[in-house]
Design a protein around this ligand. Sequence first.
Ligand code: SF4
Ligand code: SF4
Length: 171
Amino acid sequence: MPGHSEHAGVKLSGAPNREELRNSPGYPPEGLWGKGPLAFIECVEEIPCNPCETSCPQGAIKVGKPITNLPVLDGNKCLGCGACIAACPGLAIYVKDYTFSETEALITFPFEYWPLPEKGRQVVLVDEMGEPVCRGEVLRVVDIPKNNRTPLITVKYPKEFFEEVKSMQRL
Ligand code: SF4
Ligand code: SF4
């Protein structure tokens, strides 16, 4: 296909679809989703970048050498702390927790559009293409200098949309 190349099942240019994201080495396998908070890394372009690797206190992300390697997540080591989210200049990482409650999951994602939502606000959650998926309630907004002007938003939402949800619509 003109303008695209393939490597280990990962498209190297253009907007990746969900299957391509699932096949990338930073995307945890479904068997681990139920273990608690977990990072999902949607980084499928071989660019020279590795702050995700150095930001993880658990050593759960490996880029290694060359620095253009795609980040590999060890989902067994990841504790879902979220330290890698704001460290990623590509806004390619979010953390999800399937175990939040019987009926709801949590997502924490980077969000660099103002205004920011306030705690308790109902927001529209979207998929990787920006298409609306469902509604959710904002539980936390973290906007601190340490995060390089990348606010982190935590939202609870219905579990049946666990995988589809990636971010929220701008307010
Ligand atoms: S969420 Fe925390 S433990 Fe998991 S990969 Fe990111 S920095 Fe490491
Ligand atoms: S910091 Fe972000 S953009 Fe850079 S390699 Fe890691 S996941 Fe990819």
